[in-house]
Structure formats: C-alpha cells, structure tokens
Design a protein around this ligand. Structure first.
Ligand code: GLN
Length: 199
C-alpha cells in the first residue's frame, strides 16, 4: 500500500522528515509518497501529515494566509494522523502562551516557547517514550516545554519532570526533533501504529 504524506514545507527539515516517513513506512511493507505542502489544495490528498519545526510565528502566519490551517483542522477532524514537532507542536497547541502564534487548537496543551533556553542550550537526551521499548535519542533545539496538559491530551514522555511528547487523538506532538537521528520510531508511532481513517 502507498501512503500519501504531506510535509508542511514552510520551513525546516523537510527532506529529513520525508526520509524518516519513508523508513517507517518501509518497516511496515508500505511505500510513502511525500508531498510538500506550501499552498492549499495538497492536504486534502494526504493520509498523514507532518508539521515540522522552525519558527512558530512564521509557520502559523503562513498557514493562515494560505488557508492551509482549515485544511489541517479538517484532516484531524477526519481522524487522520499528524506528527507535530517542536515549532509544529507550538502551532498545533491550544495555547502557545504568545499572541503572535495563531494556534490550530489540535493538541490540548499550553506550551512555553524556548523554555529550555536559547540556541546554545540545545541538547540531546535519551527519552523513555510510551509505546517504545528502548529510549529515543531526542534532539532539543530551542525547544518548547509543555506547561499545562489539558484533559484531552495524554503525556507520552517527560524530560526533567516536564512533558515533551503528547498525544491528542490522531495528533502526536513532540518538543524535540525526531527527524535529526536515523531512528524513525517516533514517525512510526505517530503514523503507522495509529489507526488511519480511509481517505
Ligand atoms: N523556538 C522555536 C519557536 O518557538 C521553535 C524551535 C524549533 O522548532 N526548533 O517557534
């Protein structure tokens, strides 16, 4: 089976995410066609969707300007999976704690942008994630923390006592960058071990 994957290509790590999706698909004997999402009209064709990191203010502005925001909401309403990483999680949250970010209200959490510090404070940590047998090598880059978890969200991993991976229905959000290692288990967890609604 071939899965159509959309990667929001406003900023950041599109090729790395495409690679990770393809590796995760292959491990289930599936193929993935990866489409870059820069304009409206692409998301409705996608089975799965990736919202990468970057700068959350810029990403949210572009999604709203291009009308992609409504398409992403419809994708989730239809029960289709999304993986939102770092700035992508900020955009997907219900509250970014920053009025410059127009959130998509997909993940019932309040985030704190840059709460782990500035660029110099980027770090890698082995993270125990619910659903994974071995720790996941997690790269944090000017990462947000999840300050508050609402009743609809479930914490999948915490670092230093703070939640850094969550699930809300078909949406998985991580404050770290799972595309920056050769380990595709987070993409696998979000996309291939979540029931996918038929297109
Ligand atoms: N600091 C960025 C923001 O707040 C997120 C960083 C990232 O995606 N690596 O939007």
């Amino acid at each position: 089976m071939t899965v159509t994957a959309g990667v929001v290509a406003v900023q950041g790590d599109v090729a790395e995410h495409a690679d990770a999706i393809q590796r995760a698909a292959a491990s289930h004997g599936e193929d993935a066609d990866v489409l870059e999402v820069r304009k409206s009209g692409v998301v409705p064709d996608c089975d799965i969707l990736l919202l990468p990191g970057g700068e959350s203010t810029a990403i949210s502005r572009l999604l709203a300007r291009e009308g992609i925001d409504e398409e992403i909401r419809a994708h989730v309403d239809a029960g289709k999976p999304v993986l939102a990483t770092c700035a992508g999680l900020i955009v997907a949250s219900t509250d970014a704690n920053d009025e410059r970010v127009e959130t998509l209200d997909l993940v019932d959490v309040t985030v704190d942008r840059n709460a782990f510090g500035r660029q110099v404070d980027s770090f890698e940590a082995p993270l125990d994630v619910d659903g994974l047998d071995e720790p996941f090598p997690s790269v944090f880059i000017r990462a947000p923390t999840i300050a508050d978890v609402g009743p609809d969200a479930e914490v999948l991993a915490s670092w230093d006592g703070r939640p850094v991976a969550v699930r809300d229905g078909p949406v998985v959000g991580t404050s770290f960058h799972p595309e920056l290692t050769s380990d595709s288990r987070i993409h696998d967890l979000a996309f291939f071990r979540t029931e996918r609604a038929p297109v």
